[in-house]
Design a protein. Structure first.
Length: 211
C-alpha cells in the first residue's frame, strides 16, 4: 500500500530479531534524548522567536544524523539504513533496474517465498523509490526461476509444496525441482530481513561508540 510517498510492507522475522529490534530502538531513543539535551539546544532565557529557531535547528540536526545513519531511532529509519546496506552488499544499489512489472508489486506471496518460518511481523513504511528498487532487483535477478516456478505450478495444480530446509536430494520429484527453483529466488522478504539485521547491527554499533 502506498500513502504520502511511502510504501507499506511487512517484514516477517524470527522472534529473536524482533526482540533485538525493540532493544536497539530503545537504546537509540535514549541516545537521541542525550543529543537533544546538549547545551547548544537550550532555550533558557531566549525570546520566543529565538527559541523557535533553536528548536528548528535541533530538529534539522536530528534529521541530518538520521540520513547519515548516525541516529536510527525509529523502525523506519533503521530499516531504510539497513536495506541500503543490504542492497550495497548484494551489488544492487548503484544499478539501473528495468521497470518493476505489476505482478512484482502484488502484496501476496512471491513464488518461492519462505516467509512461513518467521513468526513475527514488523510493519515498515519505506520511501517509494527504495521499495521499488528492492522489488525490481529481486524480480529481475530471479525472473528465470520465478517463471519456472509458475510453470511448475501449472503442471502440478493440485500439489502444495511444503517448506523444506534439508538436503534437496531427500525430496522426491517433482518436489525436488520446486525446492531447487525456490532456493534460486531472492524475495523482497529476504531483503527486508537482511536490511533489519544490518540496521540492528548498525544501531548497536552506534550505541556502543556513543557510550
Amino acid at each position: 500500500m502506498e500513502r504520502l510517498g511511502k510504501h507499506q510492507v511487512t517484514a516477517k522475522v524470527r522472534l529473536e530479531v524482533r526482540e533485538r529490534l525493540t532493544e536497539e530502538l530503545k537504546a537509540q531513543k535514549k541516545y537521541r534524548a542525550e543529543l537533544e539535551s546538549d547545551d547548544r539546544w537550550s532555550v533558557a532565557g531566549l525570546s520566543r522567536q529565538d527559541a523557535k529557531k533553536v528548536r528548528a535547528a535541533r530538529r534539522g540536526e536530528m534529521e541530518r544524523l538520521r540520513k547519515a545513519g548516525e541516529l536510527l531511532d525509529t523502525v523506519d529509519v533503521l530499516a531504510m539504513h539497513g536495506i541500503e546496506l543490504e542492497l550495497r552488499a548484494r551489488g544492487w544499489w548503484d544499478r539501473r533496474w528495468p521497470p518493476v512489472p505489476g505482478e512484482a508489486m502484488d502484496p501476496g506471496r512471491w513464488p518461492g517465498s519462505r516467509d512461513g518460518g518467521y513468526p513475527k511481523s514488523v510493519p515498515l513504511r519505506l520511501p517509494q523509490p527504495l521499495a521499488r528498487t528492492v522489488y525490481a532487483a529481486c524480480w529481475h535477478t530471479s525472473a528465470k526461476s520465478i517463471e519456472a516456478l509458475l510453470a511448475w505450478r501449472d503442471r502440478h495444480p493440485g500439489m502444495v509444496p511444503a517448506r523444506f530446509y534439508g538436503d534437496l536430494d531427500d525430496l522426491p520429484d517433482p518436489l525436488r525441482e520446486y525446492a531447487r527453483l525456490a532456493s534460486e529466488v531472492t524475495t523482497v522478504g529476504d531483503v527486508w530481513r537482511g536490511g533489519l539485521d544490518r540496521g540492528i547491527d548498525a544501531a548497536a554499533l552506534r550505541t556502543k561508540f556513543a557510550n
